[in-house]
Design a protein around this ligand. Structure first.
Ligand code: MEZ
Length: 550
């Protein structure tokens, strides 16, 4: 298929400016980065999070009075998908030491650590084991593993990228554990990119003061998931995996300790009571809410489930109003709209360009700033490129990479992206990609401390469901690091908590009943039901043809 003749014509403008831009890059000359004041200005005017409309204050729960995007507020003010009065809590189907809800990188790392400390573990996961944002993360994982770097610089960069809003103890844990996480992943068999001498290849990314990004091609998350999942599957005596089995509600005991979950078998539509002495919530983020109608990089199950369950149990959240739009999501071909084009492309030197083939931003600003600059170029300055389906994008000049680093670099460093575009007749080592910001990450989430504990005894959190680590803007490669750091911490802490002796009292869903009473008292009419589990993409025409229940 390839590009349309109209787009091919526009690509000539990119090719015309490329020799001069490559020459500049070789001289180490770059488009100037913005200063702090300019960043604030561009964020305030163009970043979707900063727009006043499309938000409201929630009227119930731990974050009552706080402002959220409407899509998030709807779910915080939702009612349960189960009727507590119909659930027989005495009919316990599964019993375990540690229940991990979520089978991505964070949940699987938690399960491994908990089992290493001696706990029996169940992983309950909504789709297949490994279907998660982890497996879709491309460019790399941060860790201060080099002589010129240290956890101190990792900490400072992370706090700066997060606009100084991050929870300091969590950032300290992340930057301190990061080199250990890399060593742990290597011990499990992860194949990082290395030099012929065996040293880690490390690169810059947006907001970095040191080269700190470790990668496995552009499939770093998939490689992480491969090794942690293999390890978990090799411990069947200690780790049981329930696929297509998400949590519908958390269970507490009469004393308010977390005591397991009501699980929902998506294939048979059965509910299971799973009693657990400790629970690790690792359900991932909210990309599939398509906030402000943005396309997303996220996997199909990213529907904010864990935040919803924890909220009903009384756990508040931090920075959940903050959404990360990755600057470079696919705009063309249509089949791939929203999918991630890793920041590593810019890390390798590719420029972001407008319709005239001009640079308009420093390519490695922190993500929120970079996205706001792309939106400004397309929407205010009218310098975007329109596709035949009416989408607007900007160019990402990937052919520069081979020119700067030698022929074959694109294929070697970005093999997955190369194949993904090749399938549609586009050779990204010779032609640029068309990109636009895409909803990528839930910056905020449930409150935890550095031991991954929530305010409820026996409930731990790890991964994208958690808030505070990244403040209001996450840097590249810190999510793959955070799932390992806090997944490992959550699993080990949960198992230690169980070892300390946990006596569960009568199981209850009273918190759900109370929460729904609060909804009524607040006058919230027709609340949605949640967790929504899967996004609904049915069109009006499809809905009109559906059988009615009545
Ligand atoms: O941390 C991320 O979001 C990541 C690795 C994404 C990417 O651009 O590759």
């Amino acid at each position: 298929m390839g590009y349309t003749p109209e787009l091919e014509e526009l690509i000539k403008k990119i090719e015309a400016t490329r020799p001069e831009r490559v020459a500049m890059a070789r001289r180490n000359e770059h488009y100037p980065a913005l200063n702090l004041e300019e960043r604030e200005q561009v964020l305030n005017k163009y970043h979707p999070d900063y727009q006043k409309e499309g938000k409201r204050k929630v009227k119930v729960g731990a974050n009552k009075g706080d402002l959220f995007q409407n899509e998030v507020a709807d779910l915080l003010e939702s009612k349960s998908i189960i009727r507590p009065e119909n659930v027989d809590l005495s009919s316990v189907i599964y019993e375990t030491d540690v229940l991990v809800i979520g089978g991505g990188g964070a949940g699987t790392s938690a399960a491994l650590m908990a089992s290493s400390v001696g706990a029996n573990v169940i992983i309950a996961t909504k789709l297949r084991h490994g279907d998660s944002n982890t497996i879709m993360a491309e460019g790399g994982i941060q860790a201060a593993s080099q002589e010129c770097d240290s956890p101190f610089y990792h900490y400072i960069d992370t706090i700066g990228g997060g606009h100084f809003t991050n929870q300091a103890d969590l950032v300290a844990a992340l930057s301190y554990d990061a080199p250990l996480s890399i060593a742990w992943l290597e011990s499990l068999g992860m194949m990082f990119n290395k030099t012929p001498e065996g040293r880690m290849v490390v690169r810059h990314f947006g907001g970095s003061s040191r080269k700190r990004l470790h990668s496995a091609g552009d499939m770093t998350g998939a490689e992480i998931m491969r090794v942690v999942r293999d390890e978990a599957r090799n411990r069947p005596d200690r780790i049981t995996v329930l696929e297509f089995c998400p949590a519908a509600e958390l269970l507490l005991d009469k004393e308010g300790k977390c005591a397991g979950a009501v699980l929902y078998n998506m294939e048979t539509h059965e509910y299971y009571i799973c009693k657990a002495k400790a629970v690790v919530l690792a359900t991932g983020g909210f990309g599939r809410l398509h906030i402000r109608d943005f396309a997303t990089t996220n996997h199909y199950g990213a529907t904010m489930d864990g935040v919803v369950l924890a909220y009903r149990a009384g756990v508040g959240n931090k920075y959940l109003y903050s959404t990360q739009y990755h600057p470079t999501g696919v705009v063309y071909p249509e089949q791939n709209v929203g999918l991630l084009i890793t920041e590593k492309v810019r890390g390798l030197g590719a420029h972001v360009l407008n319709a005239d083939g001009e640079q308009f931003c420093f390519p490695l600003e922190p993500r929120d700033v970079e996205s706001a600059e792309l939106i400004r170029e397309a929407m205010e300055r009218g310098k975007g490129i329109m596709t035949s389906t009416g989408r607007v994008g900007l160019w990402l000049d990937s052919p520069m990479i081979d020119e700067l680093h030698g022929e074959g670099t694109v294929k070697k460093e970005l093999p997955a992206k190369f194949i993904q575009f090749h399938r549609h007749g586009i050779d990204i080592s010779k032609e640029p990609m068309l990109v636009y910001p895409t909803l990528h990450y839930q910056n905020g989430g449930i409150n935890i401390d550095a031991a991954a504990k929530t305010e409820i005894s026996g409930l731990f959190g790890a991964g994208e469901v958690v808030g505070g680590i990244h403040g209001e803007n996450r840097l590249m490669g810190n999510s793959l690091q955070d799932i390992i750091t806090f997944g490992r911490r959550a699993g080990a802490e949960a198992a230690e908590y169980v070892k300390g002796g946990v006596e569960l009292k009568k199981l209850t869903l009273d918190h759900v009943v109370q929460f729904e009473n609060e909804l009524k008292e607040a006058g919230i009419k027709n609340p949605k039901t949640a967790p929504i589990l899967l996004p609904d993409y049915s069109t009006e025409e499809v809905n009109a043809r559906r059988w009615s229940e009545t």
